[in-house]
Structure formats: C-alpha cells, structure tokens
Design a protein around this ligand. Structure first.
Ligand code: GRF
Length: 226
C-alpha cells in the first residue's frame, strides 16, 4: 500500500506498456529506499499493465487517448496540465512510447527524464537490442537522460553497461539488461529527489559539478562519477 509523507519529492510517471520500471520505482519507494511520492501514473494506452500496477498500489492514474485530440500538441498540453495539477516536480518517462511536443517539454526544463535501452548517443529510437547485435557490439546498456526536444537526445545522466555474449539473442539481451535498467532508474530518481543531480544549460550537474562522462552505479547502487 502506498503511503506519502509531506517531505517526499513528488514524481509523475508516464508509461505505455508493461511497467517494470514503474514497478521498480514503487518497490524502492515502499522499501524506504526512494524518498519520493508517486503522485500520478499516466498513459496514452488505457490498457497498459503499468496503470493496473499503479492502481494496485493505490496510486492515482490517468489514461488519455491520443485519438481524442486534434493534434500531438493538444494531447501533450492536456497530459501535462494533469501532470502539473498532480504537483509533480519530476516526470519520469518509463517505457513511454510517444514523442512529446517540443513546446511542452520546453515548459519542464530539467524536470523530465527518460530511460532508454542503449548506450546513448548510440541507437536512439527503437529496436536497440537488435541494432547492437547486428552491429557486432561487444557492449550494450541503458541510459537515463534529461528530455530535450530531440528524440533520445537530451543530456545523459547515467549509464549501465553489460557485455554482449556470443550467441546472445535480442530477447536474452533485453532480459539481462532490464534488471540493470531498474537499478539505474531508481538511482537517478533518487539523486534528483535528493538534489544531487540537476540539469543546467543543457548539462548535467552532479553535486554541483558538470558531468562530462555519464555517471555509473557503484556496487551499492549509488551514482558515482565514471
Ligand atoms: C524499457 O526497456 C525502457 O528502457 C524502454 O522501454 C522499456 C519499458 O519497459 N524505454 P517497462 O514498461 O518499464 O517494463
């Protein structure tokens, strides 16, 4: 059962599908490892399992159908006015499969993050595991970045890396990466909630210092400089 405390940092999560990253955030929050209050889970898909998961944890949900709006801009304005009304200070895109209107993201500078399953700037967009395998890469990973107008193009906060094994399939690689994604996302949300990570002028600051190489996780799951 979700509980909230007055000092918890309010976060909204947008998700279009399964919701395993959302579940990782909820688990960490309920275990007392993440000082946030998930004030809203919203989706562009009314049947997204992520919404059912949020409901099961007594978190407010919202589903908006893009087909009910005349344009992407109108959909995103409606969505983000609900997000603003929730009191969220940070918006986490956790498997949210829509591009957000650039004018809308510009109204939330440094306050929207996304998790993407590649070592950005490699493989923006879809089918990242397949593309890493087809390229013969020896390494793959996930990135959490601040969202800018450019698809998967904002400043990268942190990355998790895994080796690609001979014979790896797309599914095997995706499955092996997923648990790393979860830890990475929880650590990034934690660092933002605690005021350790910010975006300023298109750069990531960690404890006030500019980050030139994406942060990584240490053995205890905290962000450290690479
Ligand atoms: C994750 O691989 C995430 O990196 C990508 O979409 C997937 C969402 O998975 N953006 P889930 O819905 O969180 O399980």
């Amino acid at each position: 059962m979700a509980t909230s405390s007055p000092q918890a940092f309010p976060v909204a999560v947008l998700a279009s599908g399964r919701g395993s990253n959302l579940a990782a955030l909820i688990d960490a929050r309920e275990a007392g490892r993440l000082p946030v209050d998930i004030v809203l889970v919203a989706s562009d898909k009314a049947h997204a399992p992520a919404l059912r998961h949020a409901e099961a944890h007594a978190i407010a949900t919202l589903a908006l159908d893009p087909k009910s709006f005349a344009s992407r801009r109108e959909f995103d304005e409606a969505l983000f006015s609900n997000v603003a009304a929730s009191g969220a200070q940070l918006v986490v895109l956790a498997g949210y499969m829509r591009i957000i209107d650039a004018d809308v993201t510009a109204q939330w500078p440094g306050r929207i993050i996304n998790i993407h399953p590649s070592l950005l700037p490699k493989y923006r967009g879809l089918h990242t595991h397949r593309r890493a395998l087809e390229a013969g890469d020896l390494e793959h990973g996930a990135s959490v970045h601040f969202v800018s107008a450019e698809l998967d193009g904002g400043p990268v906060i942190a990355q998790a890396r895994i080796a690609i094994h001979p014979g790896d399939t797309e599914d095997a690689l995706a499955a092996r990466l997923l648990s790393r994604e979860h830890r990475l996302l929880v650590a990034c949300v934690d660092a933002i909630a605690r005021g350790k990570v910010h975006e300023h002028d298109g750069r990531v600051l960690f404890d006030g210092a500019p980050v030139s190489t994406p942060l990584r996780l240490d053995a205890s799951g905290h962000l450290v400089t690479a």
